[in-house]
Design a protein around this ligand. Structure first.
Ligand code: SF4
Length: 266
């Protein structure tokens, strides 16, 4: 794939501009793969079965090719836009960046999200034996006495539930970090009339939290004997959800290209 191929894909009307900026990167479960340039690039770039193996040298070679092509394209676009890529004060930028990273890492939402990721690992480690037994049973079975509290589909399996929890386990932290970090940057910019990227990231984190809450609700049905530990996790997630909404009050209203519908007035 060369520069022209990337430009050609960029101009293809099938694709929704910027859709991949506020998604959860779960392409296997995404309803917009046909409208996503990022997905199409991956398909085109890595169509050869050999390249699909992450351990295969060809994969990294292809990736490095894309890097060079992207860099060339970036230089070309910067020139066209009159942006001098050499003019940045690297030291100053680095200091600012380190400061923002430290503040973001110590933010209460980031700390709570990081703690959640760790708790999930600990929970799965402690439940590993029971998981083995459950997986040997039929995936769908009666869950007497404890109704599911999550809105996942009726035939949700233990594997589905686990996948959802695992997918968002660390992504919530990453997206919250990005949101907090971005909001610090935005403070110095006049963006009042524009949607904020930090709200977009916070929204993706919130969606991950919502789905994780649902999945833990399902997990409660699979493992009633672990109810107390699951409820602890649910309480933690609910607090994180509220804190994130309070920190980013406009996040839920952020319109993600493709995924959210624009509300029309009148
Ligand atoms: S928008 Fe969908 S297809 Fe594109 S990168 Fe995100 S999850 Fe994958």
């Amino acid at each position: 794939m060369d520069k022209e191929d990337i430009k050609r894909l960029g101009n293809d009307p099938r694709f929704i501009s910027g859709i991949h900026n506020y998604c959860d990167r779960w392409c296997e479960r995404c309803p917009f793969t046909a409208r996503c340039m990022n997905f199409a690039m991956g398909e085109e770039q890595f169509a050869d079965p050999e390249t699909q193996d992450l351990n295969n040298e060809a994969f990294w070679e292809k990736l490095s090719e894309t890097f060079q092509v992207t860099l060339d394209l970036l230089k070309e676009m910067a020139e066209e836009a009159g942006v001098d890529l050499d003019s940045l004060d690297i030291e100053e930028a680095k200091e600012e960046e380190n400061y923002r990273k430290e503040v973001a890492e110590s933010h209460k939402c980031s700390r709570a999200a990081r703690a959640y990721g760790k708790t999930v690992d600990e929970w799965f480690d402690s439940a590993i034996e029971m998981f083995g037994q459950k997986e040997d049973e039929s995936e769908r079975q009666a869950r007497p006495g404890i109704p599911s509290i999550g809105p996942l589909a009726e035939d949700t399996t233990l594997a589905d539930t686990t996948q959802v929890i695992r997918w968002y386990q660390h992504q919530i932290y990453v997206k919250i970090m990005r949101a907090v970090h971005g909001s610090l940057k935005e403070e110095s910019e006049e963006l009042d009339e524009f949607p904020r990227d930090s709200d977009g990231s916070a929204k993706v984190a919130l969606i991950g939290i919502d789905r994780s809450i649902s999945a833990w609700g399902e997990m409660r049905g699979f493992f009633p004997m672990l109810e107390n530990s699951i409820l602890d996790i649910l309480v933690h997630l609910e607090r994180l959800r509220r804190q994130t909404e309070n920190t980013f009050p406009a996040a839920r209203e952020f319109i993600r290209p493709g995924f959210d519908k624009v509300k029309l007035n009148g």
